[in-house]
Design a protein around this ligand. Structure first.
Ligand code: HEM
Length: 461
């Protein structure tokens, strides 16, 4: 399968009517070479707000290394993500950031080739498979949480990160029997190195840099997966690794060994940090809003210890809390694209070769679409209010268009299954004045580990 990039040719009259991208103010050029990278790392939302207020939905964001625009507001984001004229490609944009480490993951494929791979991968996320993953997930969660120490300075983020990795080792790998705990920690570190490389300034295989580390880490991940590949090809089990080895479309399309390894590395990365961030954000807000914690706990206690997929889907208050957490802290706040032919967004001409940053996080806090957008208010997702319906792209933590997250139902199930057990076994508090100090080098995570006071419930229920 190969990708096709269609030749561009908007009609001449239409091109003449388009506005040029606004000129970048001198004061917005940022540092030589890297432009506004540090402003983004410091406070992505502040940068997005500045761009919106200064320039509107299509704003210039140039440096000596990149010629780019930032798209803000749900209309502009929708236009880019729906990508009607196939003008935007993922690989040349995401590839510059995570490419060598998440090489040929689904998100880095484009057009026909992407379509072909996505059709095969969809078979791994059918409802029946999700139900099987759910059943398998409960023991993994119980085991992963068993060793948690309680107390006033419990660091939620690293504990959840370890938990989601343990879950991944089971649900994705089917258990990594030949791998010791120390080796698994090495693999976890390899994932982190690959993800953290996204914000590397030196984008080459140079020792001691983020990219240098990530090049070595990718090899660790490849060795780890290739070791298990023959066994996975030989036997059908219900973990994602085995499923990827065996799935095929109606017309018999299957993944090669290389495809399986590439997709596994990307899938584990895509599932790991995003779910950890979502769960830790929920823990923070539930710790600061005990009334919501109690409401969610009552729902969790009304079910047994190992709820089925439909039962998890019936946890409504918890679902609204999850959506609110994804709104307030989108794990992927910015989506990357490159224009591969001349096109237009919101009436602005976007020339071929432009890097496009789709600022989904900003849509989540626009007063035009949300009441008191900075306030934690899960009920805004209730059937009576449905503020997320104010615009089709007002709430877009999973993206949109053909690259929309293929794991969104899996993610919802995993996050709610973890929270269900947490609510039954523990209660916790977080200082109401706490604001998570986020590290925005790659995906936003709390760099203080997100401390909270965790207490085990008297009877483990
Ligand atoms: C809360 C958790 C998650 C969030 C917020 C999230 C977010 C996203 C977003 C925004 C995209 C679109 C990227 C783009 O358009 O450039 C995406 C794509 C993707 N996600 Fe997720 N994700 C989550 C969990 C997962 C999980 C659990 C899996 C797998 C089990 C997964 C697998 C993928 C894959 C394979 C893609 C690429 C899809 C494609 O290009 O066709 N994600 N995700």
């Amino acid at each position: 399968m190969t990708s096709t990039i269609e030749p561009a040719a908007p009609p001449a009259a239409a091109v003449a009517e388009l506005k040029p991208i606004p000129d970048q103010l001198r004061s917005d050029r940022g540092l030589p070479l890297i432009g506004r990278v540090f402003d983004f790392i410091k406070d992505p939302l502040a940068l997005m707000r500045h761009q919106w207020e200064t320039y509107g939905p299509v704003s210039p964001l140039y440096s000596a290394l990149d010629q780019g625009v930032m798209l803000l507001g749900p209309d502009a984001c929708e236009e880019a993500l729906r990508n009607k004229d196939k003008a935007f490609a993922n690989e040349p944009a995401w590839g510059k950031i995570v490419g060598p480490f998440f090489h040929r993951g689904l998100m880095l494929l484009d057009f026909d080739e992407h379509h072909g791979h996505r059709r095969i991968m969809q078979e791994a996320f059918t409802r029946d498979r999700l139900a099987a993953y759910t059943a398998r997930m409960h023991p993994a969660i119980e085991q992963g949480m068993a060793g948690w120490a309680t107390g006033p300075r419990f660091k939620a983020y690293p504990a959840l990160k370890q938990l989601t990795l343990d879950i991944a080792a089971d649900i994705f790998m089917g258990g990594a029997q030949d791998t010791s705990r120390a080796e698994m920690d090495h693999v976890n570190k390899a994932f982190i190195d690959c993800v953290q490389a996204a914000a590397g300034i030196v984008r080459a295989n140079v020792p001691l840099t983020r990219w240098g580390k990530a090049y070595r880490s990718r090899k660790v991940l490849e060795r780890f997966l290739r070791h298990y590949l023959p066994a996975k090809r030989a036997t059908r089990t219900d973990d994602i690794f085995s499923v990827l080895c065996h799935i095929e479309t109606e017309d018999g399309e299957r993944f090669s060994d290389d495809d399986v390894v590439n997709h596994m590395i990307f899938l584990m990365m895509a599932a790991h940090d995003t779910s950890t961030i979502t769960t830790s954000t929920m823990l923070q807000y539930l710790g600061q809003h005990p009334e919501w914690q109690e409401r969610c706990r009552a729902e969790a206690l009304a079910l047994g210890p190992e709820p089925t997929l439909p039962e998890i889907e019936g946890l409504h208050a918890l679902d609204w809390v999850m959506k609110e957490a994804l709104r307030l802290r989108a794990p992927v706040p910015l989506l990357m694209r490159r224009a591969v032919k001349d096109t237009a967004i919101q009436g602005y001409r976007i020339p071929a070769g432009t890097d496009v940053m789709v600022g989904v996080q900003f849509s989540h806090v626009m007063e035009e679409y949300w009441t008191n957008p900075m306030v934690f208010d899960p009920e805004r997702f209730s059937p009576e209010r449905r503020e997320d319906k104010s615009h089709r792209y007002a709430w877009e933590p999973f993206g949109g268009g053909v690259h929309k997250c293929i794991g969104l139902y899996f993610a919802g199930m995993e996050v709610k299954a973890i929270m269900h057990r947490l609510l039954r076994n523990y209660h916790w508090t977080v200082d109401p004045g706490y604001r998570a100090p986020l590290d925005n080098h790659s995906l936003p995570f709390p760099k203080d580990g997100q401390p909270l006071h965790l207490v085990r419930n008297r009877s483990t229920r």
